[in-house]
Ligand binder design. Structure first.
Ligand code: HMG
Length: 382
């Protein structure tokens, strides 16, 4: 949905959304999508390219889980046809858990260099209708292969990380929308960033000028721009608005059109940077700041690898963004208010234009997924 549609409905100047928070569109999941289908769809290209054969660890990071017991990754494991010799688990710490998964996976492949780990981050951001957070909603997923021989980004050892028990954003189990102390959350985000940077700086001996590009967690794109300004200010340096725009524009392009994807946001930003820039980034250092409310933050970095361009997915990503159906306000509100039936009956859901995998229905409280890419009956199972 274009945020001008929301602005009109809420009686707000559209520039508050387009410029003030820096968002143009909001990705809204169809009723036959959930984090399982978002995650499986994100990893589908890796499966068809034969990249998942040596995967023995599947870490699924989300804060929009569909079950209190079973990991969403176990459904994805079957949809993608992964080997039964695989450890699969779901991780949670707001938007941060994707980065926890990446760092755990790095340790795994350090010990098993011939194996790979698959990290999937997938989320659906929901705030109450008419709340300040509403315009930042979105959804999306990112799938990452972690291996001992990275072809995209080689992660460096130093990292600054930070935990503080705060209530800036949370979602009790009985609610489907997040609660948030919005302004406070932006302050805690900055505090975590500055603390993580100081640690990273002390461990690595690097200064801000040693980092060529920055990717931030992107709850809304203006937040990343503010974070960049504050980070430089915290070390006594200053950056102008045009320098900030030049430094971050490519990493924010996709998020402006998706909205917050929680665990996936920073990784969507990384894909956006690598795919949208017209410069060769080989050998460049990218600094990454991951933040999850509650809160945990981490600053780490990686070096872009030679030949990285050959494994980017820029064209399909552009097509996915283009190929979406624009929603009217009423359609958005209907989807927002829709809930998967909870009476234990048998339901088949209509098919929307999603991706290779969809939530086909629910039967006796069991979600049933289907693959639209294989005719094999075994791929359409519970
Ligand atoms: P708000 O309070 O309604 O907005 O919502 P505002 O009144 O502060 O306006 C926002 C900006 O738009 C301001 O600029 C206005 O001046 C400007 P700023 O002072 O910030 O530079 N503005 C305009 N600009 C141009 N033309 C206009 C116009 N009108 C106003 N006409 C708030 C803002 C962040 C509170 C809200 O979006 C919110 O609650 N968001 C959700 C929380 C959030 O995203 N927090 C970010 C940090 S926490 C985090 O990142 C973790 C998270 O991803 C969750 C997780 O970890 O799982 C959220």
């Amino acid at each position: 949905m274009d945020l001008k549609t929301l602005a009109t409905e809420r009686g707000v100047d559209v520039d508050k959304f387009y410029r003030g928070i820096g968002q143009e569109q909001m990705a809204v999941p169809a009723p036959d999508e959930d984090v399982v289908t978002l995650g499986a769809n994100a990893a589908h290209g890796l499966a068809t390219a034969g990249e998942l054969e040596d995967v023995e660890l599947l870490l699924f990071a989300t804060e929009s889980g569909i079950d209190q017991s079973k990991a969403a990754g176990v459904f994805v494991h079957r949809l993608l046809g992964l080997s039964e010799r695989c450890r699969t688990v779901e991780l949670k710490q707001a938007c941060y858990s994707g980065t926890a998964a990446v760092q755990l996976a790095v340790q795994y492949v350090a010990r098993h260099p011939e194996k790979k780990a698959l990290v999937i981050t997938a989320d659906i951001a929901r705030y109450e209708l008419k709340s300040p957070g509403e315009a930042t909603q979105g959804c999306g997923a990112a799938a990452l292969i972690i291996s001992a021989n990275p072809r995209l980004l080689c992660l460096e050892e130093e990292a600054g990380f930070y935990t503080e028990d705060v209530m800036d954003f949370w979602r009790p189990n009985y609610r489907s929308e997040a609660l948030v102390d919005g302004k406070y959350s932006t302050l805690v985000y900055i505090r975590a960033l500055e603390t993580c940077w100081k640690q990273y700086q002390a461990l690595s001996g690097r200064s801000l000028s040693d980092v060529d590009f920055f990717c931030y967690h992107i709850p809304f794109t203006k937040m990343a721009e503010k974070a960049h300004r504050k980070l430089f200010r915290s070390v006594g340096a200053s950056v102008s608005a045009s320098e900030i725009e030049a430094a971050l524009k490519d990493s924010l392009t996709y998020s402006r059109r998706l909205g917050n994807c929680y665990t996936a946001s920073m990784y969507v930003g990384l894909a956006s940077l690598l795919e949208q820039t017209n410069r060769d980034l080989t050998g460049k250092r990218i600094g990454l700041f991951s933040y999850g409310s509650g809160c945990v933050g981490e600053f780490f970095s990686g070096i872009v690898q030679p030949g990285y361009q050959s494994i980017l997915h820029g064209a399909p990503h552009q097509e996915m963004l283009r190929d979406r159906t624009e929603l009217s306000y009423q359609q958005y509100e209907d989807i927002f208010n829709y809930r998967v039936p909870t009476d234990g009956g048998v339901y088949i859901f209509p098919e929307y234009r999603t991706g290779p995998y969809r939530l086909k229905g629910i039967n006796g409280h069991k979600r049933e997924y289907e693959s639209l890419v294989e005719s094999d009956e075994s791929s359409s199972a519970r």
